[in-house]
Design a protein around this ligand. Structure first.
Ligand code: SAM
Length: 272
């Protein structure tokens, strides 16, 4: 059968997204229009739908609702992603934030847990060197499947290869065909399901990692999210963004750059 290609209009996207929200209870208003359109086209092709009306029929199946939602959260992550950023975090952020009785770091949009466990490994090392006393790492994501993989803390050999050898040895134990993060590294880490566009689940944070999630969000929503982050941080707390990301214009007066290359910012008092 010849493959059918057709365009989907903004109205089509709106109809499908509204129905998906209604059926699944997931709020999708914060997602960027072009991103939703692209994902919808993909679902139409995968399901070989003849028209958007056909696809709306398919969307009544709970399996299709789950498939679309899971396509929206392409939770790709890596251990020790962007090593120079992590080095800057260790050298410029950790020593300055270390005065906190319990250093609280949030990985917002943590996918399957690689970022929170990387932070736990780095902070354990900092504690061993006497730079930090106690710490907690909070991981959150909208995607249930990603979170259950994060809690299982099991990774295939190809994923663990990205961890520096000494830490691979001390922070993972062989389990089946792969490796599990050791209990000492898992213990300071907690996962919750939360949608950043619906508010911030934590307060009194010292550092927020919000990396490679902004691609999913509409510009005005991103501005609101960055402003919320400012409220959730302790005075002088840090925000770490992805390499291709920047502060939303609405939040520019609320943060100053610590290292622009590493996309690390520091909260300044509102109105300063
Ligand atoms: C590409 S991964 C980034 C993982 C990690 N931060 C990193 O940089 O390696 C993006 C994650 O953002 C999550 N996400 C997308 N929209 C979200 C939202 N509104 N609230 C919370 N998480 C969201 C996705 O489910 C996905 O797991």
């Amino acid at each position: 059968m010849a493959r059918q290609f057709f365009a989907v209009s903004e109205v089509d996207v709106g109809r499908v997204v509204a129905r998906l929200s209604e059926l699944s209870g997931v709020e999708l208003g914060g997602y960027r229009g072009s991103f939703l359109q692209n994902r919808l086209l993909r679902r139409l092709l995968v399901r070989r739908a003849g028209s958007v009306a056909d696809y709306l029929g398919m969307l009544e199946e709970p399996g299709e609702q789950r498939a679309f939602l899971s396509d929206l959260s392409l939770g790709v992550s890596r251990f020790f992603r962007d090593a120079p950023v992590l080095r800057c975090f260790e050298e410029q952020v950790v020593p300055r934030a270390a005065g906190a009785p319990v250093l609280r770091v949030w990985s917002a949009g943590c996918a399957s847990g690689e970022e929170p466990y990387t932070l736990s490994m780095l902070l354990r090392e900092a504690r061993r060197r006497g730079c930090v006393s106690r710490f907690r790492v909070l991981g959150s994501d909208i995607d249930r499947e990603g979170l259950s993989r994060a809690r299982a803390a099991w990774y295939g050999p190809e994923r663990v290869r990205e961890v520096p050898p000494a830490l691979r040895e001390s922070c993972f134990e062989p389990r089946g065909e792969g490796f599990r993060v050791r209990a000492e590294v898992r213990e300071p880490v907690e996962f919750v399901r939360s949608d950043v566009t619906r508010g911030v689940p934590f307060r009194r944070l010292d550092v927020i990692f919000f990396r490679n999630v902004a691609i999913y969000l509409a510009r005005d929503v991103l501005g609101r999210v960055h402003r919320e982050f400012h409220r959730a941080l302790n005075p002088g707390g840090y925000l770490v963004l992805g390499q291709a990301e920047g502060l939303a214009p609405e939040a520019r007066g609320l943060f100053e750059a610590v290292d622009l290359g590493a996309r690390i910012y520091r909260a300044v008092p509102a109105g300063a």
